[in-house]
Every structure is written in C-alpha cells, then in structure tokens.
Design a protein around this ligand. Structure first.
Ligand code: PHE
Ligand code: NA
Length: 452
C-alpha cells in the first residue's frame, strides 16, 4: 500500500512548505525590484496564471492519477517518458546538496544574531571568519567546522523527518514548520514596516517602472521566478500528490498552493524593502544603493542593518534567520523526498533504506560545500542548475505531455472528475502553446548566455 497524507490540509501545507523557501525571502524581492518594481507584477501574475498554476495542476494530476514517484508516474503515463522523471529527480538531487548548506549558514546566523557576534564588518565576517575563504590555498578542501556542524544538524532533521514517513514525518513537520514560519515572519514584517524610512523602501519596491515592461528579459525573469518559487519541474509536486487519496481534489489545491506561495512572496518583499528603506535612511543614501539579492542580502546586508536597528535587534535577527531555516527545511525535505520515493519505487526497497542511501549520499556530497572554497563550488552548481536545469526540464515535460504523448485531454478529464473546480480550454492553451513558447525562448537564452 502506498503511503497517504492524513488530511487535505496536510497535503496543502506540505506543498506550500516546499514552495515557500529561500526563493521567496531573498530571491523574489530583488528580482521584482530589478525588473520594474510595481510594473513587474504584470508579467509575474501572467506567469503565475499561464504557467505556474496550470503546471501545478498538471503535476498534481499526474501524481494523483498515476500514484508513483516522478519516474514511475511518467513511466505509467507512457513507457517512453520515464527518463523525464529521472531527469527532474537528478536536478533535485543536485539542488539538495547545496540548498542544505545555505540552511546551515542560516542556522549559524540565527545563533550569531543573538549577540550580534558578526561585528561591524559583516562582509569580512561572512567570507573571512565564517566561510574561511581567506586562508592559504593549501587549506582548500578542508572542512570548516562552523559550517560542518550546523550542516550535520540540518541533515539529521531532514532525514529524521523522512525516515518517519509521509504522514508521521513530512506532514507533521510541515504542520509545525509552516505556522511557526508564518508567525515569525509576520512579527518581522510588522516590525519592519514600523521602522523609520520603511515607506521609502516600500515606495522603491512598488513604484512601477514601465520602461522595461516589454523587454523579454523581464518576462523571462518572471517565468523563472514562478518556476523556481513553485518548485515546478523538480519532481516534487508529482511525488507529493502521489500520496493523495484517490478522490482528492487537485485543481483547487493547485490554486490554493499557488496563491499562498505568492502571498508569502509579497509579504517577504514588503518586509525586506521596509528594512532596506530604514537602512537607506540611516546611511543617507537611496534604496537602490543598498538593495541586493541572494547571499549578499541575507548574510551581509541584513546583519549590517540588524546592527543598527533600535531595540531588541538580536531578537529581530534571530527571527529572520530562524525563518530562513524553517522555510528552507520544509523545501529541503520535499527535494530529498523526490529521490527517496524514486528509489523506493524503482528498486522496491523500504523507505528506511531509500533514505539511508539516497539521503545519505546527498548529505555526503553536500559536505564538499562545507569546505574552504565551498562557496565557489556552490556558485558553480547553482549556475549550472539554473542554466541547464529549470527551464529545460519544464519545457521538456510540458511538450512531452501535451504534444508528444497527447495526454492533456485524459489528464484534464481525470482532474475535473476529482475536483470541485473544473479547468477549461484555457488550461490546454496555457500548457500546449503559451508555456512551451516562453520556456523554449528561456532555454535557448540560458544556453546562449552560458556559452558566450
Ligand atoms: N521553491 C523553493 C523556494 O522558493 C525552492 C525550491 C526549488 C525548492 C526547487 C525545492 C526545489 O525557495
Ligand atoms: Na517559493
């Protein structure tokens, strides 16, 4: 018997837990700001409605109908399609190895926050004292204990949850992580918007810049954000929906998960930019000068801002980094579950063995990123995945399902039978026409960019 979710809310929380991750907190605010601020919401919403939610519906339906890990579900859809599932699982495997490392950093930083032990020079602290990038080259390759220890903790939690299974592990963990995350993040946002200068930051974030709205780059950024953010084409949503009961709703659940993720993204944008506005006011500069994304935002700029916050700044810092940990862990669990489930189905082994082999292997590989010089590897891995993984895997799966194996009609029929909300022709147009065109363009662009 295949494992099952205990409740509908459990499944939705797990899907939202996978979607809400580092991408919402540090990727979205910056991508939106760089690509037109308020004007970005148009391509963003367009991408959500034409690609994000339709694909989420497709993946939920595939998982629920074929009741297998991604490779098995694709194989049941058509024997020739199994490799699509394996490709997606492989991407997830690579992401897991470095995503875990960033969560480990956030874990360290939530401790550092308590007494602001990162000091005044937060950039120097991150790269020198914490990541030890400034050592002599002979040391490259040796483990950095400050990263290694939290990394081991991250894997103990993630693999522990996976050992416990779908209902007693993944569902229970998300029932705890997601409400905790929402509460912590609401406190952060309320504190952020009441800071001096918050309005300036929000103004910079929401002020529409229409000049770029027609440039393809902005639209590509919107689609890229939606894909990464919704964890689409990573085998995750197929795996999670394969644990749904036979009659469970898929269409409605996809809308709920999609809108919850975007809601959290918007909330994160408001929080982050309110804080950046505060910093600009303190430093007497513009928000543009302090805005940054990715690692720099979370581990250099934020600690700097936290230093100068009025009152209880250690607590604010702790809540911020702890939210990164909770958001990240629930995503990591979902990524690792893709290959745990695939191994179970393929080799008919128990969950315990699959977690030991699959999860254990990715944990071991992730140690590479906890060495001196690991940051360069991490950057390279992330770049590789973004260039060759995401858009291409998404493209291949929609084209295969809609054109090659002509499965849109049967999938839609199944989805509409089990769901309150019925999809119409628009769903097939989005998946068969609009999404392949945009993703095809993205994939070509990415490949061109990475060879030139
Ligand atoms: N969706 C997650 C986020 O926004 C990231 C993620 C990508 C999770 C791929 C799993 C797989 O951060
Ligand atoms: Na997300």
């Amino acid at each position: 018997m295949r494992e099952q979710w205990g409740t509908r809310a459990g499944f939705i929380l797990a899907a939202v837990g996978s979607a809400v991750g580092l991408g919402n907190i540090w990727r979205f605010p910056y991508v939106a700001y760089e690509n037109g601020g308020g004007a970005f919401f148009i391509p963003y919403l367009f991408a959500l409605l034409t690609a994000g939610i339709p694909l989420l519906i497709m993946e939920f339906t595939i998982g629920q109908k074929y009741r297998g890990s991604a490779p098995l579900s694709y194989a049941r859809l058509n024997k020739k399609a199994e490799w699509i599932g394996w490709w997606q699982v492989a991407i997830s495997f690579v992401i897991a190895t470095y995503y875990a490392v960033i969560i480990a950093w956030a874990m360290s930083y939530s401790v550092f926050a308590i007494n602001l032990s990162w000091g005044e020079d937060t950039g120097g602290f991150l790269f020198g004292e914490y990541l030890k990038l400034d050592v002599d080259p002979g040391q490259i390759g040796s483990l950095v204990p400050g990263v290694f220890i939290p990394l081991v903790l991250v894997w103990i939690v993630a693999l522990g949850v996976l050992f416990a299974g779908v209902k007693k592990g993944i569902e229970l963990a998300n029932r705890i992580f997601i409400p905790t995350l929402v509460i912590m993040f609401l406190i952060i946002v309320i504190r952020a918007v009441t800071l001096e200068g918050a309005a300036i930051g929000l103004d910079a974030f929401f002020k529409p810049d229409w000049s770029e709205i027609l440039s393809p780059g902005v639209w590509v950024a919107a689609y890229g954000q939606i894909f990464f953010s919704l964890s689409i084409a990573f085998a995750i949503m197929i795996t999670y929906s394969s644990y749904l009961p036979r009659k469970a709703d898929v269409n409605n659940n996809a809308f709920i998960a999609g809108f919850s993720n975007s809601g959290f993204e918007l909330l994160a944008g408001i929080g982050v930019f309110a804080v950046l506005g505060f910093m600009a006011t303190q430093a007497g500069t513009t928000v543009g000068e302090v805005a940054a994304g990715g690692i720099g935002l979370a581990f250099v700029v934020f600690p700097q801002i936290i230093n100068s916050l009025p009152g209880l700044n250690g607590l604010f810092g702790f809540l911020f980094f702890a939210s990164l940990v909770f958001a990240g862990l629930s995503s990591l669990i979902s990524i690792v579950e893709t290959f745990v489930s695939a191994l179970q189905d393929k080799f008919k082994i128990s969950r315990t063995k699959a977690v030991l082999f699959g999860g254990g292997l990715s944990a071991l590989i992730s140690l590479l990123f906890a060495t001196q010089g690991g940051l360069f590897l991490l950057d390279a891995a992330d770049h590789f995945i973004n260039s060759f993984g995401v858009a291409l895997a998404g493209l291949v799966s929609v084209v295969a399902v809609s054109w090659f194996f002509k499965q849109l009609n049967p999938l839609q029929k199944h989805g509409n039978e089990v769901s309150d909300l019925r999809t119409g022709t628009w769903w097939k147009v989005c998946l068969g026409v609009i999404t392949p065109i945009v993703l095809g363009y993205m994939a070509v662009q990415n490949i061109i960019n990475s060879i030139s």
